[in-house]
Write a new protein. Structure first.
Length: 336
C-alpha cells in the first residue's frame, strides 16, 4: 500500500460530521454504484477505516467519495463511507456532500438548483438553494421507503421486552416508540441508548434472520440502525429521535434515511398525510423537515417517496496521509 494521500473537505450536517474526499479515492469497477460499493468493500475498505477511524477520524465520522455518473443525464455518483461501513444511502451525508460540492465547485449541476445523484441505493433527486457563495439548504427526494414489519418484540437489557417496527428508508431501521417499558428518549442518556442498542440490534437480527432484505438489492439487508423516539425539545417540532448506527454512535443530526423510514412508518399507519411537514429533531435538538411527497409501491408493498430538507456548514480543509510502511496505525483503530 505504501503512502497514500487524500485531500479532504470537512463539514457537518446539523451537527453530524461529513468528510468529502476531494482527491485520492480509488478507481472502482462496476456498472452501478451498488456494484462499485461491493468492489470498494472487497479491496479498499482500508481507506474507509484509515480516514474514518481514529486517529484520523473518530467514532461518529462519516464521509463520501464522488464519482462520474453512469447515466449521462445524472450529475454525479457517490460512495458513502463511515465508521459503520459503506452505506447504501446516507441522508445527512448527502446534505453535507451537496453543500461541499456546490460551495467548493466540485460539481457543476446541469440545471442550477437541482442535482441528480446516483447512490448505491438508487437515484436520488436533489434541490438546493444558494445565496451568493453559500448553500442555504439542501432537499433530497430519497429512494422509495416502506414499512416492513410491525409489532415485533425483542428483549432489551434493563428494560425488558420492547415492541418495535421495521422500516426502510435507504437502510433498515428498527423503530422503538414510547411504550410500557420505554418512556421515550427524553428520559435516557445517549450512553444508555448506545448500550441498549448494541445488544438489541444483534438480538433482532438473530431472532428475525433473513427477514429484512431489499426486494431489488439483496446486498441491502438486516437491521443496521435503531431509531428510538420520544418527546421533542421544541414544541414546534413533530418528534425527536436518537438514531444508533455503527458500533457506538448516536447520530447528531436527525438522520435522513432514519427520517425517511419514520415517515414511511407513520404514513402506513395513517398518522401522516402526503405533503404534511414532519419536523424531526435529533438527540441534540437540530432539525430536518421531512415530507411524504407521494405514495407509490415497491414489489406490491405500499411505499412512499420521502423528501428531507436540512443544512450543512463547511469548517475545514485538510490533507491526510495513510502510510502503512511508516505508521502502525495506518488502518485506524477503535478503542471502545
Amino acid at each position: 500500500m505504501a503512502k497514500n494521500t487524500f485531500v479532504c473537505i470537512d463539514a457537518h450536517t446539523c451537527g453530524n460530521p461529513v468528510r468529502v474526499i476531494k482527491s485520492g479515492g480509488p478507481k472502482l469497477i462496476g456498472k452501478s454504484m451498488s456494484e462499485k460499493r461491493q468492489h470498494f468493500l472487497r479491496e479498499y475498505d482500508w481507506i474507509r477505516k484509515g480516514l474514518m477511524f481514529e486517529p484520523r477520524g473518530h467514532d461518529m465520522m462519516s464521509g463520501s467519495i464522488l464519482y462520474p455518473p453512469h447515466n449521462p443525464e445524472n450529475d454525479f455518483a457517490i460512495l458513502f463511507i463511515e465508521t459503520s461501513g459503506c452505506l447504501p444511502m446516507c441522508g445527512h451525508g448527502t446534505i453535507g456532500t451537496i453543500t461541499i460540492a456546490i460551495e467548493e465547485g466540485l460539481v457543476q449541476p446541469k440545471i442550477p438548483g437541482k442535482i441528480r445523484m446516483e447512490a448505491p441505493a438508487g437515484l436520488v433527486e436533489i434541490d438546493y438553494q444558494k445565496t451568493n457563495n453559500k448553500v442555504d439548504w439542501v432537499k433530497l427526494t430519497n429512494v422509495k421507503s416502506y414499512l416492513t414489519a410491525t409489532d415485533l418484540t425483542v428483549d432489551c437489557p434493563e428494560l425488558g421486552e420492547i415492541i418495535f417496527d421495521v422500516a426502510y428508508g435507504g437502510n433498515f431501521y428498527a423503530i422503538i416508540d414510547p411504550q410500557k417499558n420505554f418512556s421515550g428518549v427524553q428520559d435516557f442518556t445517549a450512553s444508555q441508548i448506545i448500550s441498549y442498542s448494541q445488544v438489541v440490534r444483534e438480538r433482532i437480527n438473530n431472532k428475525y434472520p433473513n427477514q429484512f432484505i431489499h426486494p431489488e438489492n439483496e446486498t441491502i439487508k438486516d437491521v443496521t440502525h435503531l431509531l428510538w423516539t420520544g418527546s421533542p425539545i421544541d414544541e414546534n417540532s413533530s418528534g425527536r429521535n436518537a438514531v444508533f448506527y455503527g458500533d457506538k454512535a448516536i447520530d447528531r443530526s436527525p438522520c435522513g434515511t432514519g427520517t425517511s423510514a419514520r415517515l414511511a412508518q407513520l404514513y402506513s399507519k395513517g398518522q401522516l398525510k402526503i405533503g404534511e411537514p414532519f419536523i424531526h429533531e435529533s438527540f441534540i435538538g437540530s432539525t430536518f423537515i421531512g415530507r411524504v411527497e407521494k405514495e407509490t409501491s415497491l414489489y406490491g408493498k405500499l411505499a412512499i417517496v420521502p423528501s428531507i430538507q436540512g443544512w450543512a456548514k463547511i469548517y475545514g480543509h485538510n490533507t491526510i496521509t495513510i502510510d502503512d510502511e511508516d505508521d502502525p496505525y495506518a488502518s485506524g483503530f477503535q478503542v471502545i
